[in-house]
Write a protein that binds this ligand. Sequence first.
Ligand SMILES: [Zn+2]
Length: 490
Amino acid sequence: MADLVIRNATVIDGTGSAGFKADVAIDGDRITTVGDVAENGDREIDAAGRVLAPGFVDVHTHDDGALLRHPGMEFKLAQGCTSLVIGNCGFSAAPAIPGQEGPSELIGVEPTWTDYASFSAAVTNVGPAVNAMGLIGHNTIRALVMGLEKRPPTDAELDQMREHVGQSMEQGACGFSTGLIYEPGRYCETDEVIALAAESAKRGGIYATHMRNEGDRLLEAVDEAIHIGRSAGLPVQISHHKSAGRQNWGKIGQSLAKVDEARAAGDDVTLDVYPYTAGSGPMAQYFDVDNVNPDLAEVIRFASCPAFREYEGRMAVDVAAEQGIPVTQLIRDVILAPLGDKTVCIQFIIDEADVEENLRHPQMMVGSDGIPNLNGNPHPRLFGTFPKVLGYYVRDRNILGLEEAVRRMTSLSANRFGLVDRGRVAEGLFADLVLFDPATIIDTATYDDPKQEPDGIDLVVVNGVVALENGTHARSADGTAAGRMLAYRA
Ligand SMILES: [Zn+2]
């Protein structure tokens, strides 16, 4: 007898093919039948009128620390996500020195581990609700080896960084990530990235990048990313593709044309995007306190601000007006205040038409880039990304088809990041599944009220275990859940 049979579903299998009516049987952690299931299941679920799809893969997360702080991962599970890629933008939790904080607030947890294997063991130990696959971050290893030095590494330092990448890959990581606008990654030359990406390439890994520039020099940054992939000989993932700043709106077409041209020449380049017109990140990283960019200051909203909790959820311009000071002054005051460097902001810098153009591109995956800091008012993408694509961009705006959107949340992503036997609904694969109503699925998280789980998702199954059903998150009596740390292509 099967453990679970889901009957009468419209199966959208993740390949991009048209949905079809079928039953799906699950035994243990695998899908055993897709078609007519004659046997009864220990549990039977009638899925008539709803879509059964592979669990979504959030390819762009900063959930390394969240897996430990919030192992229930409710904000991801409720969106239908069953697997995450962590370690993006050059910031990974591993490697680390126990007790020593890494280069970013994004991790948010003090390390007890040293390398990727011991970090993975720590995550496994808490029994997270979702699966995770890790990238090794350039900012993390550079800070570990050479602090925040504004110079190229010595040969010995470069060798040490190489060893970190190589060792992490051997311990199951899927590749190497950079965040070249952030400290200390921004101090590197292209050659340093090529040398480190080559360590990933040696083991069949990938290179994922928050590029050096996403605004005035976007196109040059795309050239650099493609050059790095070509020189090091590995696939490139361009993270959260955008054209930031009003003066750059509309450039997305030229940027995508560069990607298409590279692909036509044989380079393996893919991308991801979040479906919002605002970005979010550590505020101190975006401003030079001695020369605060006034255009950027105008479009800043405080997400979490430990120095001034009363600013959370408010636009900087409104706070500044209330105080009768220029907004540039306010930004400076906040960053320089005690704990000011821990401020996370939301910046309204993206054009809606560019978001839609991104979503039309066949190599564009979906990644939330959510920052899992549940204090204050986080960017709503943390809770709303996947249902927003399916409800707003697919159903309401008709920017892409449902099957195609599911493909770009599942099989395309699983293949790129080496999640073996995941990303499709097919016999023999892992039972990572989401059941949703295509007529009602929608995000409900807003900038004013961001910590809201979406509507229209009835069931999420992770490794054969029901993890979310009708709004209730299920965990075992011992507090653990069925998520796993995954190893690249293994
Ligand atoms: Zn980033």
